[in-house]
Write a protein that binds this ligand. Structure first.
Ligand code: SF4
Length: 410
């Protein structure tokens, strides 16, 4: 009988891509996707541990599966990803009904882990991963060689491991053949990619030449790898999206050093100016209230945000993650964090509105994601007056901005 798998993914886009990859190994063993846990024979929980809250959610989801398993004891539970890596076999003691723990570092050996469990039929040929929708997600590297003092990722995902470029190009071609028009390259520090002579810039150019690919995006880059060859590729290749989500975390050199981010405010400003000169819009992530952040440090972040004119920013109050060096530091008062977050959010909202308004009167190519809505290369959402085929690229003139939506005439 065909086994049905329900995928429950917590966390980032990389986790979604990893869930697809793990599902593919189950598919090679004859399994199909289930739409609900009730109809499933297997539940694959892919977890996140970046924030304590995310880990708690995943573990309490696992706790609730006791009843699901009791209903039919032959059912199988796989707990995978970052929280699985961090908590390891201690989970099996706490949740004896759990069948397989597959930590984030065991993606390469996931297939062998399934075989070892003896719970599945032998694998047939591993089929190309299935793509649903316009964007094909392709993981190009895993892990991180940085050690930012607030971040748990390197401890659970390990150091950088880049996938062979031939494998990446093949996967991009398979996704394009299944209808993906946009390829999103994924990695923890995606632009640190290197495979022999092939740099990240080379890879972007090569993926853009895959038949059927209209646009290439990537996530998440690190400021240290905004290199001249990357900037040249972005400037010269119209298929590389003119948008980058570049987490900066702070605008103060002192805080960046305490975070061990590997760059200063001055370097950051240079890189941001270079990106802008290539026509890129930039969005970012910022942490407010890191334990060493003084009022002056916070003001430095505000002035950098002003100068950079980010078109969007995800702003977070610092929260300690157990197991990281920063978790030992004394916290700032909660009220300070809240006040600073409020000030920053107001500024970001204002800048975002200005960025959208500045698009009015420009001519753009919109990749349609629904019949009447799509995104520009700069990552602005645009509503068209007529309906178009999903996946087509429509030249438009932007006539109006309303909040975070642009309106166009074609
Ligand atoms: S670059 Fe820093 S924040 Fe990003 S994954 Fe690596 S350690 Fe974490």
């Amino acid at each position: 009988m065909t086994q049905k798998v329900f995928l429950q993914t917590f966390g980032c886009q990389m986790n979604l891509a990893d869930s697809d990859e793990m599902f593919n190994h189950l598919r090679a063993r004859g399994a199909q996707k289930a739409q609900t846990p009730e109809e499933a024979d297997i539940i694959l929980v892919n977890t996140c541990t970046v924030r304590e809250h995310a880990e708690h959610r995943a573990v309490s989801f696992l706790g609730r599966l006791a009843k699901w398993k009791k209903e039919r004891p032959g059912r199988i539970i796989i707990f995978a990803g970052c929280a699985a890596q961090r908590l390891g076999n201690q989970l099996k003691k706490e949740f004896p009904f759990l069948d397989i723990v597959a930590g984030a570092k065991s993606m390469d050996t996931f297939s062998a882990l399934l075989d070892k469990s003896g719970l599945f039929p032998p694998a047939q040929e591993v089929l190309p991963p299935q793509t649903e929708g316009l964007t094909g997600y392709v993981t190009i590297m895993r892990g991180c060689d940085f050690r930012c003092t607030y971040c748990i990722v390197p401890y659970v995902r390990g150091g950088v491991k880049c996938l062979p470029h031939e494998q990446i190009l093949q996967e991009a071609a398979q996704k394009a053949a299944q209808g993906a028009k946009e390829i999103m390259l994924l990695g923890q520090t995606v632009n640190a990619y290197r495979d022999g002579d092939v740099s990240f810039a080379d890879l972007l150019n090569r993926v853009s030449q895959v038949p059927g690919v209209e646009r290439v995006r990537f996530m998440s880059p690190h400021p240290a790898y905004i290199t001249p060859d990357f900037l040249a590729a972005v400037r010269d290749n119209p298929k590389i999206a003119k948008h980058i989500h570049l987490p900066i975390q702070s605008g103060s050199t002192a805080v960046l050093q305490a975070m061990k981010r590997g760059y200063t405010r001055e370097i950051l400003l240079e890189k941001l100016a270079a990106l802008k000169a290539c026509g890129m819009t930039v969005s970012t992530d910022i942490i407010v209230g890191f334990p060493t952040e003084t009022e002056q440090d916070f003001q430095d972040t505000l002035t950098l945000v002003d100068e950079a004119r980010f078109f969007a920013a995800y702003c977070f109050k610092y929260s300690p993650r157990q197991g990281t060096p920063a978790a030992q530091m004394e916290l700032l008062p909660e009220q300070t964090l809240e006040e600073r977050l409020d000030i920053l959010l107001n500024k970001v909202r204002d800048l975002s509105a200005r960025a959208y308004t500045a698009q009015v009167g420009t001519h753009q190519q919109v990749l349609m994601e629904t019949e009447n809505k799509g995104r520009t290369s700069n990552n602005f959402w645009v509503k068209t007056t007529k309906n178009y085929k999903i996946g087509s690229v429509v030249p438009v003139e932007i006539t109006r901005a309303d909040g975070t939506l642009l309106f166009a005439k074609e």
